[in-house]
Ligand binder design. Sequence first.
Ligand code: ATP
Ligand code: MG
Length: 557
Amino acid sequence: MAETGVRPSNFIRRIIDEDLASGKHTEVHTRFPPEPNGYLHIGHAKSIVLNFGIAQDYNGTCNLRFDDTNPLRESIEYVKSIKNDVRWLGYEWNGNVRYSSDYFDALHGYAVELIEKGLAYVDFSSQDEIRAMRGTLTAPGQNSPYRDTTVETNLAEFAKMTAGDYPEGHCSLRAKIDMTSSFLCMRDPVIYRIRHVEHHQTGDKWCVYPMYDFTHCISDAIENITHSLCTLEFQDNRRLYDWVLENISIECHPQQIEFSRLNLEYTIMSKRRLNELVVEGHVSGWDDPRMPTIAGIRRRGYTPASIREFANRIGVTRMENVVEMGVLESCIREDLNDNAPRAMAVLEPVKLVIENYPAGEHEKIDAPNHPSDESMGTRKLPFSGVLYIEREDFREEANKKFKRLVLGKEVRLRNAYVIKAERVEKNEAGEITTIYCTYDADTLGKSPADGRKVRGVIHWVSVPHALPAEIHLYDRLFKTAMPGSAASLDEVINPDSLKVVEGYLEPSLRHAKPGQGFQFERVGYFCRDTDASHGDKLVFNRTVELRDSWARIEAQD
Ligand code: ATP
Ligand code: MG
C-alpha cells in the first residue's frame, strides 16, 4: 500500500496534544483557506492533508473557506476546481463551504467598532504616500496627517466610503497601531479599501472590501477555529492577527501556528507563475499533466493516496527546505506497483514473424493482471505469429549483459513462448524491418524441456490484434532544479518535456477508463488521458518511469 497508515507526528500535533491535555481545548477545529485565484497545486495539498488530516485524526472538523477578499483576481471557475480537488484528495469539509465574504457584514461591524474605540481611521493619503510614510526595516514610519481625526468624522467618512461616495484609491481605513513597530505589518495597516467591482459571491452589494489580514483572523474566530495553520510568511502577521482579535468584541481567539511551505525541485509553486505558464502557452492548460497543480498531477495519473502519502512523508516543520522530485515520484511508483494492473504496450515497434507458428492462426493466452496479487485476476491475451516488439529489445550482436533478443539466441516472450531469432530483413537504409524467429511450442508457461536456460524476457503485442495509441511521454517541465529563481521562464523550460509517440497496445486496453492507471510491463506507468475531446481514440499519459532515471546516486526501487 502506498499509505503507511501510521499517524504522522509533528510539532503542530504536539501542540494540539498539549492543548487537549491541559484542557485549553476539548475539540479541534481547523480550516483550509484558499484564495480562489488559481488552481490548487501540490503545495496546497500539503496544507490540505495537514488540516483535514488533523481534523480526521482528532475527531474534529475542518472547514473549507474561500478567502475571497480580492474580487479582481478571483472567479467561480477557481472555486469549483478547488472544491473538486479537495474532494478528490479524499476529504470532505465540515458543513457548507464557507466564504470570507459570508462575513462581510460582521467584518464591517468590527471595523466600525475599531473606529469607535479610536483604533482605526480613514486616511485620504494616496497609496504612494502611505508607502512613503511607512518607513523601512531600519527607520520608523511617520504618522499620517489623518491619524488623529475624531471618531465622529471617521465614522462619517467610513460610511461615505461604504456608500460608494468616493472613487477607488481616494481613501482607505487603517488600523491605528504603532508607526514605530519593528514589525512593518503593525505600522497602521490598511484594513479596508475601496473597489468598485462586482464580487463573485456578493455581487454589487459592496464597494469596500476588507484586507486579508483583517479578514482572516476574524473569519477564523467566527468559525471557532482552534488552530489556524498557515505558512511561515505569515509569521510577522501573527502580531496583527492577535491585535485585531484582542481589540474587537469577539470571544474566540484561535492560535496561529506557522509551518514551512512545500518547495519542490524542478517546478514552481506560485499560482501567479503557474498562470504565466498557461497564458504564455508553455503548457496546454492548468491541468496539463506537466503542471504541479492537483488537476495536472491527477491527469498525469497520480492517485489521491500517493499524494496523501507524499504529504505525510515530507512532514511538517518550521524549516525551509526543497524536496526532491524523486520523493513524490516514489510515492506514486509504490502505489501503482501494488495497485495498477499490468498490460503490454510497444512504444517503438519493430515487426517480428514466427515462421513455424501456424499461418493465420491465433490463440488466447491467460495472463495475470498482477504478478503477485492474484485477486486482480487474469485476462485473455491474443497471441499470433506476427508480433510487435520494442526495437531496442533486439540486437544482431550483443554481449551477455544484453538480456533481450539477439540474433541466433533465445528469449522469452512475456506470458508466452520462448523464441529464437533466426534472421533479419532490412530496408535500403539498413534499418531492420522484420525479425524472423522460430518458437518452441512446448514452452508456454514452462521452461524448455531439455533444461536449457533462457534468461531474458521481452514484451510484445500481436500485430493483428494491436490497438494503435498515442502515447505522451512526459518529462520534467523545467531543466533546472530551482526554476523559480530564473528571470524568465523561457530560460529554464525543458524543451523535451513532452514527446508524443504512436505505439501499439494489447487489445484489453480498449476498455481502459479515462484516468485508469496501468503498468505497461517493462516500460513504465501510464494512465488513459481524461480529455473528452479524444473521443474513442486511445491516448495514454506516462505517469512515471519504472525507475528513477534522474536519481543522482542510484534508483530508489
Ligand atoms: P500561491 O502563492 O501559490 O498563490 P498562496 O499561499 O497565495 O499560494 P492560498 O490560496 O492563499 O495560496 O493558500 C491556501 C493555503 O495553502 C494557505 O494556508 C497557504 O499557507 C497554503 N499553502 C500555499 N502554498 C503552500 C505550499 N507551497 N506549501 C504549503 N502550504 C501552502
Ligand atoms: Mg495568496
